[in-house]
Write a protein that binds this ligand. Structure first.
Ligand code: PEP
Length: 246
C-alpha cells in the first residue's frame, strides 16, 4: 500500500527552552531514518525556537481553535500556529476531549480549520477501559472516528491516531491482536465513508505507552502505520529506538 511510517512525539505540557537540545538531537535521529516521517508536537511556546533547530523532524502543535481569530481568550488559531512554524497539529487528543470537553463536532471543525491554515492533522480517537472491558471498543471507536472525521478527509493532510485512553501514560498496552483488529476496523470504517482507495492510503498510528521495547512489534502490524508517542518522545535517547523500529 506504500504508506510511509509516521512517528510523532507529543510532548504535552512538557518542555522549556532548556530542552531545545533534545529537539535538535531528535532532528538528527530523524535525518538518519529518512524513510520514516518524524515530528514533534510541542507546547506552542516552543514552536518557533524548535523549528529553527529541528532539522529533519517537523514541528507541530497539540491543538488549535476552530475559528481563525476572535474573542477566544487564551486560545490559538491554526493560522497563528502555522505562522509560528508548525506544519502539523494534533486534534481530539483524549486529554482535551476529557479535560476541555471537546466533542466530536469540535474535533472535526478544528481539523478543517487546521487544513485551511495549511497544517496537516493527526486526529485522535480511542476508548476508555470500561468500553474495552465491555467488548464494545471497535464499534465505539469506529463511531467516534466517523463522527470526528472532517469533510474531505484524505491522506495528504490527515492521519488518524488510535489511542486507547487506558494505555496512555500507564505502561499498559492492548494485545497485538487487539491493536490489529482495531486498526482493521478503523480502516474499514474509513473505507465506508471515503472509499477503499482513500482509506487504504490513510495512515493510522497507534498511541499509548509505545516505547523502545514494544514499538517494533506494534509497528510490524499490517495496519499500524506509525506511532504517536508521549513519554518516550521527551528525550532523543528514548525516542531514537522508537524511530528506528519504524
Ligand atoms: C499520548 O498522550 O499521545 C501518548 C501516547 O502518551 P504515552 O506515550 O506517554 O502513553
Amino acid at each position: 500500500m506504500g504508506r510511509r511510517k509516521l512517528v510523532v512525539g507529543n510532548w504535552k505540557m512538557n518542555g522549556l527552552r532548556a530542552q531545545l537540545g533534545e529537539v535538535e538531537a531528535i532532528g538528527g535521529v530523524a535525518a538518519e531514518h529518512a524513510g520514516v516521517e518524524v515530528g514533534l508536537c510541542l507546547p506552542a511556546t516552543l514552536i518557533t525556537a524548535a523549528s529553527a533547530v529541528s532539522g529533519a523532524a517537523f514541528v507541530g502543535a497539540q491543538d488549535c481553535h476552530m475559528k481563525d481569530s476572535g474573542a477566544h481568550t487564551g486560545c490559538l488559531s491554526a493560522t497563528m500556529l502555522a505562522e509560528a512554524g508548525a506544519s502539523w497539529t494534533i486534534v481530539g487528543h483524549s486529554e482535551r476531549r476529557q479535560d476541555q470537553g471537546e466533542s466530536d463536532a469540535d474535533v472535526a471543525a478544528k481539523a478543517l480549520a487546521a487544513k485551511a491554515a495549511g497544517l496537516k492533522v493527526i486526529l485522535c480517537v480511542g476508548e476508555s477501559l470500561d468500553v474495552r472491558d465491555a467488548g464494545d471498543a471497535e464499534a465505539i471507536v469506529s463511531a467516534q472516528l466517523l463522527a470526528s472525521l472532517p469533510e474531505g478527509a484524505a491522506a495528504d493532510w490527515l492521519a488518524i491516531a488510535y489511542e486507547p485512553i487506558w494505555a496512555i501514560g500507564t505502561g499498559r498496552i492492548p494485545t497485538m491482536e487487539a491493536v490489529e483488529d482495531m486498526h482493521k476496523a478503523l480502516r474499514s470504517a474509513l473505507a465506508g465513508r471515503i472509499g477503499e482507495g482513500k482509506a487504504g492510503a490513510m495512515r493510522i498510528l497507534y498511541g499509548g505507552s509505545m516505547n523502545g521495547d514494544n514499538a517494533a512489534e506494534l509497528m510490524a502490524i499490517e495496519d499500524v502505520d506509525g506511532g504517536l508517542v508521549g513519554g518516550a518522545s521527551l528525550t532523543a535517547a528514548k525516542f531514537a529506538p522508537v524511530i528506528a523500529a519504524a
